[in-house]
Design a protein around this ligand. Structure first.
Ligand SMILES: Nc1ncnc2c1ncn2[C@@H]1O[C@H](COP(=O)(O)OP(=O)(O)OP(=O)(O)O)[C@@H](O)[C@H]1O
Ligand SMILES: O=C(O)C1=C[C@@H](O)[C@@H](O)[C@H](O)C1
Ligand SMILES: [Mg+2]
Length: 178
């Protein structure tokens, strides 16, 4: 289904644990679109979880896969794509998504994010061994990258279901933003 004629794929960006996978899935279901999570696609292709890819093959291999996958998926229509939290660090990915898709930034405050860090820390190699101060530093550094988007949703205190509803309503009513 398209939203007011929007055929572009919808891409979710944001920090690890912001809810891209969870909310992206819900939005895709509500719109009857195909959902793809790029971390999951890469894990499936390489046959191991991201933490093992980083450990055994190195982060550079993961980032290369991420770049070729996302720059090619960005050209497809009517998908909902949730990216990994570090994908937008690559300029080619930013350019491909910003020019061909509708990019939604799921914003979360560091305080709200800290409340759920325990849910994700074991499976996110980039967070391993970091103190809270170091995580905060990384979090803040990344916000500059996520400033490249078409729509921003502040998610603090909202459930994934509420966020998905809000996104669909907002896109239906504000054609000018896209
Ligand atoms: N709005 C929310 N409120 C409370 N918990 C949430 C919310 N969104 C996501 N979560 C929970 O936080 C965890 C991380 O969510 P999710 O995997 O969707 O994040 P992500 O943005 O895809 O992270 P990554 O960049 O690492 O892939 C999950 O356990 C999910 O249930
Ligand atoms: O923010 C990051 O750099 C990452 C986020 C995850 O989604 C994975 O893509 C991987 O763990 C790296
Ligand atoms: Mg995810």
């Amino acid at each position: 289904m398209d939203i007011n004629g929007l055929e572009k794929s919808i891409v979710f960006i944001g920090f690890m644990g912001a809810g891209k996978t969870t909310v992206g899935n819900l939005v895709a279901k509500k719109l009857g679109r195909k959902f793809m999570d790029t971390d999951e696609v890469i894990e499936k292709e390489l046959g191991m979880p991201t933490s093992q890819i980083f450990k055994e093959l190195g982060e550079a291999v993961f980032r290369e896969k991420e770049k070729s996958l996302i720059t090619s998926l960005a050209l497809e229509k009517n998908l909902v794509l949730s990216l990994g939290g570090g994908a937008f660090l690559q300029e080619e990915i930013r350019t491909a998504c910003l020019s061909s898709t509708f990019v939604i930034f799921l914003e979360v405050s560091f305080e709200s994010w800290l409340e759920r860090v325990n849910l994700i820390i074991d499976s996110r190699p980039v967070l391993q061994g970091k103190s809270i101060e170091e995580m905060k530093e990384l979090f803040e550094k990344r916000q500059v990258i996520y400033a490249n988007h078409h729509l921003k949703i502040q998610t603090d205190g909202k459930t994934p279901e509420e966020i998905a509803h809000y996104i669909i309503d907002k896109m239906r009513w504000s054609e000018t933003e896209r």
